[in-house]
Design a protein around this ligand. Sequence first.
Ligand code: GTP
Ligand code: MG
Length: 152
Amino acid sequence: QEQTLILFKPDAIQRRLIGALLSRIENKGYKIAGLKMLQVTPELARKHYEEHVEKPFYPHLESFITSAPVVALVVEGPDAISVMRTMMGSTNGREANPGTIRGDYGTSRQMNLIHGSDGPEAAKREIPIYFQDNELCEYSLSLAASLMAADE
Ligand code: GTP
Ligand code: MG
């Protein structure tokens, strides 16, 4: 099963959208393999957004992503990387299709609610930036059926 790193960016937390965004991922059928809230430091931001550090917008991106806590997740399931990118929509909320997270919730290019790894190499690089091995859980969702049944 493929794993991808997802962040709910500071604007998502400020707008109290953690539950709404998490529901979309759970409703899709994906498994949450890791989940935490943290404050991104400038050092962490530079590591995560390594490819953008030299870009003119980077100072803005860094102050945004370090401005308030984020929620980091490892999402697992079939083609999780590309399917999550599809569910997120285009970078700019004004261009993202309705039905996508960015298309449904925002109008900003920078404050676009969610990050998702953009390929297998990125996922492999980004997951360990946010999670130690022992912070990821391996478990089966097969319990779901028995939890719906009567006791004993
Ligand atoms: P991520 O999943 O966050 O990596 O988004 P993305 O892959 O759709 O976009 P990209 O990697 O190109 O840019 C990373 C993030 O930088 C975006 O999600 C935005 O938050 C921000 N960003 C991208 N382009 C611009 C820009 O032109 N101006 C500003 N201020 N921010 C930008
Ligand atoms: Mg990107």
